[in-house]
Design a protein around this ligand. Structure first.
Ligand SMILES: [Zn+2]
Length: 167
């Protein structure tokens, strides 16, 4: 199963359709406990497959924590087993898959499309509504092929173009 399909399946089972998506509630649905740990050093999160628990760094922003929980849930759902204790390159296959899962879980495609294309929601409001960082939302919008053009927000426009160029 692709990370996108896996995220959609989990949303179908455990999402209450409220925004922002609550990754801790979804973890609960999957039988995974989420704890804060001061022990993670340079890691943002860690998934322990034997204990069925996710450990999260308490000192990062709440948006970062939400993304980390969703990312670690990706490792769980995609059957990656216990996370490695050291930081891996973001280019590594499992890391990419977990990031795609996390973005698909926190920013469900149909919901993002509806809010942008039918309700004309602005970028800053999208970030607030989904409670994600600007970077995460910009990457998601480019993944979904939504080109965000707003002359009043040149900075975001530039960020999006950079994101698109990188892919
Ligand atoms: Zn990871």
């Amino acid at each position: 199963m692709t990370p996108v399909d896996a995220a959609n399946q989990v949303l179908g089972q455990f999402w209450d359709l409220c925004l922002p998506v609550d990754p801790i509630a979804i973890a609960g649905g999957l039988g995974i406990k989420v704890y804060y740990s001061n022990d993670l050093k340079e890691l943002s999160g860690f998934y322990d497959d034997e204990e069925k628990e996710i450990l999260i760094h308490p000192n990062e922003s709440s948006q970062r924590q939400r993304f980390s929980i969703a990312h670690e849930l990706g490792h769980c759902v995609l059957g990656h087993g216990t996370s490695p204790r050291k930081k891996h390159s973001p280019a590594e296959f499992k890391e990419r898959a977990a990031n795609i899962f996390a973005a698909s879980l926190l920013m469900p495609a149909i919901t993002v499309r509806t809010l942008v294309e039918q309700r004309g929601m602005m970028f800053s409001e999208l970030c607030r509504t989904f409670d994600v960082s600007e970077q995460a939302m910009a990457i998601r919008l480019s993944e979904l092929g939504i080109i965000w053009v707003n002359p009043k927000r040149l900075e975001m426009h530039c960020l999006l173009r950079q994101t698109i160029r990188r892919q």
